[in-house]
Design a protein around this ligand. Structure first.
Ligand code: DHB
Ligand code: FE
Length: 278
């Protein structure tokens, strides 16, 4: 049977891709951010997962405001990255796990989640930058399954529902009949707002609460309404929904092995957590 070895939560700011491309990891601005990652590299080298299930929000590369599913799951043999206009190098295609994707899709639909099934998906910075951070120097996870949550066009799915989606993903993975190790990744957040009167908004106290509760009291985070989350964390800070879904997928005993927090990276409070699932 498949095993869920742990979860990773991380921010997905496009400027990070530029810093990687230019080799700026030791620059004063970037060092406190990049110094968060060697602990994750060591853990991944030790645990060596076969598949990364990546929960994130598309920002208009694959879905636009004309058609935007609440929940979507990729079921493609490979996933292509493309130019979003941030000036980032386009990353090579990533290998999918078609069989695991269809298994997760069948289980989610069986669990009453009305997901959109995508046999072709372009993957944006919210997927490729976290993978570049976790598997540096051109490394990649052997296979991925992308899961997209709408954190862009209101009405958004609530935190409790995203947590339940994650739980259903976790149950599906654990019921999968292949002997593989899976890491679940949630990307986005922490607090940030890119638009409107509150552009530049950061809320360190709320970020702290998210980092403190994600391992042992994720239920506390699911009590917030979408309106609360926008107010407390910014209109793009609601990307924490992807972390909440990731945490839902960790069905065992969860321990936080590592964390990093640094403000700002671009307009964003950047967060990183490594959760072990025993
Ligand atoms: C930034 C943050 C994001 O989450 C994103 O998707 C794009 C840009 C930023 O802070 O620049
Ligand atoms: Fe984003």
């Amino acid at each position: 049977m498949a095993r869920i070895i742990g979860g990773l939560g991380v921010s997905h700011v496009p400027a990070i891709g530029n810093a990687i491309a230019k080799g700026l990891q030791q620059d004063a601005y970037w060092k406190p951010f990049f110094d968060g990652f060697p602990a994750v590299h060591d853990w991944l080298a030790r645990t060596n997962p076969d598949v990364a299930v990546c929960i994130y929000n598309d920002h208009g590369l694959n879905f636009f405001l004309d058609k935007l599913p609440t929940f979507a799951v990729g079921a493609a043999p490979e996933y292509r990255n493309a130019d979003e206009g941030w000036g980032l190098p386009v990353q090579p295609p990533l290998a999918g796990d078609v069989k695991l994707s269809w298994h997760i899709i069948e289980e989610l639909i069986g669990a009453d989640f009305d997901i959109t099934t995508c046999q072709e998906v372009a993957v944006d910075h919210a997927l490729v930058i976290p993978l570049q951070l976790f598997w540096p120097n051109g490394g990649v996870p052997p296979r991925i399954v992308p899961i997209m949550i709408n954190t862009v066009q209101h009405p958004l799915p609530g935190a409790a529902r995203c947590f339940r989606l994650g739980q259903a993903v976790g149950r599906a993975i654990e019921a999968y009949d292949e002997n593989i190790d899976v890491v679940v990744i949630g990307t986005g957040g922490l607090s940030h707002q890119l638009d409107g009167a509150r552009a530049g908004f950061i809320n360190k106290a709320f970020d702290r609460e998210c980092l403190d509760h994600i391992a042992h009291e994720p239920d506390a985070l699911t009590l917030y309404s979408i309106h609360d989350l926008v107010k407390l964390s910014g209109s793009q800070g609601v990307e924490i929904l992807n972390w909440i879904a990731m945490r839902g997928a960790l069905t065992g005993r969860v321990e936080k092995l590592h964390e990093n927090y640094h403000v700002p990276i671009s307009n964003t409070a950047s967060g990183l957590v490594l959760l072990e699932n025993v």
